[in-house]
Ligand binder design. Structure first.
Ligand SMILES: [Zn+2]
Length: 461
């Protein structure tokens, strides 16, 4: 079965060209002008549209339970929402498993839950919640199961000590596994949280950012750079960077030769801490860690995207509903299940707010949303770029489409969007996964379980 995506403006990391794309089975077989149409391929007319590599969201929590609360998406609706927003592959961060469990516990569980649900391809990160001999052995066996990266937390109950982080970095490097870090200083957070509770302000969402200050992120990043050095100059990956001060440290470290990859998310580019000041506790909708910061931080992060200091825009998608957040957090904001939904809006927001507002160009856009995450986290050369031989994971983005965001016009199974009221120019109208049309003219065409687990392998430089 052949398909021709015709007459579009094809965007790659190296340029933009008027071209057709010929797809046979699940791969791209030709990119160019006036491709031979013999054999009667199915034609997808992309006139007036951009044709881009499908989005890759390398930071999601489509399936997460914290305490008694479970996110509302699950893998089916999470992947449906992703596809509607132009994303054709995601890499899920599993939650912590039962105390003392090995690394493969959560991976096996998540595979079991995802394989029969997803409509697009997906991968899994590992998550380290304690360090012992068994865990270090588990790290060595991750690549055999297609897992090329790990998550380590510097805060929460599963956080690691500095010496443990060094051990993990060494073991991961031997195995060819990249370690990703949630970088916030735990001691600062717990003591400031306690102070806010003592002063009786734990029912005011507006004080939430005070419990997780920007200098806590900067300290953690600084420390991680030192730990990576102590481990023997190991590469590290910082998830959801939120501050200009953290960015400055990373920029300097990169200039001095550190291999440090950085991800941010739309919420840190487009929201500020003012989001917490809303009537009727609605600020609880925005409880996430780290919190959005000041406008100067947003501006700095946009600059970091444009100059290449930040490599990846992901989402940290985590659909606890506003109802759940209100139920758990009304009396004590620090009990609110954290996270916001965003898997569906990432690509359109970055196109509308980034490309159309001339903060980034089209090449940077496709790099941040597809090529870089694919390369850094082991999905390339199969995914992330429009090139002959790659998976035919594509989106046709129509810049004429306009949408004002609201919960009911999205497919995320959640009663709010943190970006409600924003008008977006440009939307992915047709989305293909390995040659299959999953979204056609904004309608879902794929069925449950038709996506696949992707084995990732990092090609070390
Ligand atoms: Zn996360």
């Amino acid at each position: 079965m052949a398909t021709l995506v015709a007459n579009g403006t094809v965007v790659t990391t190296t340029g933009t060209l008027q071209a057709d794309i010929l797809i046979k089975d699940d791969a791209i077989v030709a990119v160019g002008r006036r491709i031979d149409r013999s054999g009667d391929p199915k034609i997808i007319d992309a006139s007036g549209c951009f044709v881009l590599a499908g989005g890759i969201d390398v930071h999601t929590h489509c399936n997460l339970t914290v305490g008694n609360e479970t996110v509302s998406d699950g893998f089916f609706y999470g992947s449906v929402a992703a596809a509607h927003g132009g994303t054709t592959c995601f890499v899920e961060h599993p939650g912590f498993g039962p105390a003392g469990c090995g690394l493969h516990h959560q991976i096996a569980l998540y595979r079991q839950q995802a394989d029969r649900e997803v409509i697009i391809d997906y991968g899994l990160h590992g998550v380290v919640q304690q360090v012992d001999k068994n865990i270090l052995q588990d790290i060595a066996s991750l690549p055999q199961r297609g897992i090329a990266s790990l998550k380590v937390y510097l805060t929460y109950s599963g956080r690691l000590r500095d010496d443990e982080i060094i051990e993990v970095l060494k073991a991961a490097h031997r195995a060819g596994v990249l370690v990703t870090f949630h970088a916030e200083n735990h001691g600062i957070i717990s003591s400031l949280t306690e102070e806010l509770r003592q002063s009786g302000r734990q029912n005011d969402p507006a004080v939430f950012p005070q419990s997780r200050p920007d200098y806590g992120e900067a300290e953690a990043i600084n420390r991680l750079i030192a730990l990576a050095r102590a481990a023997g100059d190991m590469p590290i990956y910082i998830v959801h960077l939120s501050t200009g001060s953290g960015l400055e440290i990373i920029r300097k470290a990169k200039q001095q030769g550190s291999e440090i990859y950085t991800e941010t998310c739309p919420q840190y580019l487009l929201l500020t801490k003012e989001c917490y000041r809303q009537p009727d506790h609605r600020g609880l909708a925005y409880i996430m860690a780290p919190p959005p910061r000041r406008q100067v931080d947003c501006d700095a992060l946009w600059e970091g995207l444009a100059d290449g200091t930040i490599d990846v825009v992901a989402t940290d998608h985590c659909s606890f509903s506003l109802a759940q957040k209100l139920r758990r957090g009304k009396d004590d904001i620090f009990n609110t299940p954290g996270g916001i939904p965003g898997i569906e809006t990432r690509v359109p927001l970055l196109f509308s707010e980034g490309v159309l507002k001339k903060r980034i160009d089209l090449q940077t856009f496709t790099r941040l949303t597809a090529a870089n995450p694919a390369r850094i986290l082991g999905l390339a050369p199969q995914k992330g770029e429009i090139t002959v031989g790659a998976d035919a994971d594509l989106m046709v983005l129509d810049p004429r489409q306009e949408k004002t965001l609201c919960p009911s016009c999205l497919h995320q199974q959640v009663d709010y969007t943190p970006f409600a009221g924003m008008t977006i120019q440009g939307w992915p109208t047709t989305v293909m996964q390995r040659g299959r049309v999953v979204i056609e003219n904004e309608n879902l065409k794929a069925t449950r379980g038709t996506g696949s687990f992707v084995e990732r392998k990092i090609h070390q430089s």
